[in-house]
Design a protein around this ligand. Structure first.
Ligand code: ADP
Ligand code: MG
Length: 360
């Protein structure tokens, strides 16, 4: 069992110096636009992933005018207290420790506090380009297997080197094919590993998404999800050889797991082209709730769940249905933000679970 009991934020976004105690499993966070609800959830995300959910640049999270930030969370993991501290120094150096023990590799931390976020911009997961879906999948697999993340880091590094080399071929007019061979070798190992992890994981994951989707929309819709990867047809090594001329011409690597996608169909059409807003929301929730189920099954305890403004444009029934799933049927800690205190209170009262309401 995992829970967060306390968090302190120092010079983090709009918080100069602020602490919060969390005494319940279900926590509602209310307040007007711009008071810092999302920022508080992001601070929790930081302590789980050592980074923001919203921005890649750590510096963007430092309070304007300040030169660094500090986050401190008191967690309970398997009945034992753990103090997680994340510091961004003014030099830009980031430090992360558990019970005063610093990590030398942050990737070792990922998955210790599993966490699922649902935020308004996550609709991009359905409507955006393939990168969004790969990011979702990678965040999930990294929490399940630290080795996956290592392979991903190496893959990205070698891919950048390979692309730079292809560019230099075009610029200099000479081709160092021996070096390209070496980089291909280096790319194949992590690429194959990632492909196998993704494909074996999706075999069991995608049916869960489909089941949850039908559950949420409360009827049996013809939704199908498929893993899309060129590596399903040919080995990565063959693809690199086959596409070498094309890669040299394009000055980038045109095949590999960095081009994978999830193909989502409704009937026989691409989901994003024909699904209504309600259907898209249902699919988003299905993906995230499936993530929650899988993490719970693999870890043996429920992940933290961060729901940011998810009620906008949802009808009352769907809000009730969703809250029941995440607060009553689930036994993990849940943080829910809403601008409308009355609405949130009304829904939480109906669930007969004890909850805490923070008004920012
Ligand atoms: N680095 C930062 N320094 C200071 N304020 C920030 C920083 N980043 C965001 N903010 C402020 O945080 C506020 C938004 O907080 P947010 O958590 O998104 O609000 P809410 O979710 O309650 O609507 C905005 O007023 C924004 O200007
Ligand atoms: Mg917000």
């Amino acid at each position: 069992m995992l829970s967060l009991r306390h968090i302190s934020l120092l010079q983090f976004k709009n918080y100069p110096d602020r602490s919060f105690d969390f005494s319940e499993r279900v926590i509602g966070i209310c307040g007007k636009n711009g008071v810092g609800k999302t920022n508080l959830l992001d601070a929790i995300h930081y302590l789980c992933f050592t980074k923001s959910y919203f921005t890649r640049l750590d510096g963007n999270n430092v309070q304007h005018g300040a030169s660094g930030f500090r986050l401190h969370g008191d967690f309970i993991l398997h009945d034992r207290p753990e103090k997680a501290v994340c510091i961004l120094r003014e030099t830009g150096k980031k430090e992360f420790s558990i019970n005063e023990e610093p990590y030398d590799k942050f990737s070792h931390h990922i998955g210790r506090y599993p966490c699922v976020v649902i935020a308004p911009d996550d609709a991009e997961l359905i409507t955006g380009d393939s990168r969004e879906r790969r990011t979702f999948l990678d965040a999930l697999l990294c929490q399940l297997d630290p080795e996956y993340m290592q392979h991903l880091i190496i893959y990205k590094k070698v891919l950048d080197q390979r692309n730079s080399l292809l560019k230099s071929f075009a610029e200099t007019g000479t081709k160092n094919l021996a070096l390209l061979d070496v980089l291909d070798e280096q790319l194949i190992k992590p690429g194959d590993h990632i492909f196998h992890q993704r494909s074996s994981f999706l075999v069991s994951f995608l049916p869960v998404v489909k089941r949850l989707y039908n559950d949420i929309s409360q009827r049996d819709e013809n939704v199908h999800l498929y893993y899309e990867s060129e590596l399903l047809q040919s080995s990565f090594s063959d693809l690199l050889t086959l596409n070498r001329t094309k890669d040299c011409f394009a000055q980038r690597t045109t095949s590999g797991i960095h081009r994978d996608d999830l193909d989502i169909q409704l009937g026989n059409q691409p989901f994003k082209n024909i699904a209504s807003q309600g259907q898209r929301k249902s699919l988003l929730f299905a993906l995230k709730l499936a993530e929650m189920e899988v993490l719970k099954k693999e870890k043996g305890f429920a992940p933290l769940l961060l729901l940011d403004d998810v009620f906008e444009k949802l009808d009352e029934d769907r809000i009730g249905n969703l809250l029941h799933k995440v607060c009553a049927e689930n036994d993990g800690q849940v943080f829910i933000t809403d601008t409308n205190e009355e609405r949130l209170r009304g829904h939480l009262d109906k669930l007969s679970v004890s909850y805490q309401l923070l008004i920012l």
